[in-house]
Design a protein around this ligand. Structure first.
Ligand code: MN
Length: 249
């Protein structure tokens, strides 16, 4: 990334490109808007397609993932995950989701997540975008305090105590357009040091006033962060760019 490019870019750390009705067109829009975008995948089987879309681009990065809600049926894809991991620096969507109260399913999710983390430890330098619904404490415990790479808690909704533990352990937090409309999310995000905040769309799974969220719509998130931080838009953008630059280095 050249110096000049640093002046004008945003980063979307969590976007489901492969769930868009027209991923090819979406890639063209992202390229035109110059928004660096981490295109997450929910199973290893769909990674090659996203990788081939991303390869021709400047701004799109393909992430290899195995979503916790698919862990039960896709645990057998872990060898495939390991194979594809060498083809990208980005990992997601991975993590734990304890909406299920079935203990055996939670155990499988944890086993899958631990396996993924083990692979990331072995290679080092990976950037993870992590789902932690109702499972933040276990996610932070699984990662530990010496993870050899960067990890981003996507749409964090856990407790303040676990948030503080995650900050100490080195976590980043990505903020989306649904979070900025929630008083509870706002209170949590205000506790995160400015240099650990990143932006995400989580599109196309989020809609704002009936409009599907995309990487091109991060400006609304930036506006909220600016008002929470008491900064101007330009200062907020430069803080976010600096955060992303440090993450990507
Ligand atoms: Mn997601």
């Amino acid at each position: 990334m050249t110096h000049q490019e640093r002046e004008s870019w945003l980063l979307d750390t969590h976007f489901h490109l492969d769930l868009c009705p027209n991923p090819v067109k979406m890639v063209q829009e992202i390229e035109a808007a110059k928004v660096y975008t981490v295109a997450v995948t929910n199973t290893p089987a769909v990674f090659p397609q996203t990788l081939s879309l991303a390869r021709k681009t400047k701004y799109v990065r393909a992430a290899i993932g195995l979503h916790p809600q698919l862990a039960l049926e896709r645990e057998s894809d872990l060898p495939l995950f390991r194979r594809y991991l060498s083809q990208t620096r980005y990992v997601g969507e991975v993590g734990l989701d304890y909406v299920t109260s079935v203990k055996s399913e939670r155990r499988v999710q944890r086993r899958v997540f631990d396996s993924i983390l083990g692979d990331c430890h072995a290679s080092g330098g990976k950037i993870l975008t992590i789902h932690s619904r109702r499972a933040a404490a276990d996610v932070v415990e699984a990662i530990g305090d010496s993870f050899p790479g960067a990890w981003i808690l996507h749409w964090y909704s856990g407790s303040r105590r676990v948030l503080q533990r995650a900050v100490v352990a080195g976590a980043h937090f990505s903020v989306n357009a649904a979070m900025v409309e929630s008083a509870r999310s706002e209170a949590l995000i205000r506790e995160v040091p400015l240099n650990r905040i990143l932006t995400e769309s989580d599109g196309p799974l989020i809609s704002i006033d009936g409009v599907v969220a995309t990487p091109m719509m991060l400006g609304g998130v930036v506006q909220h962060l600016a008002s929470w931080w008491g900064l101007g838009i330009a200062e907020t953008n430069s803080q976010l760019r600096e955060n992303a630059r440090q993450l990507l280095e």
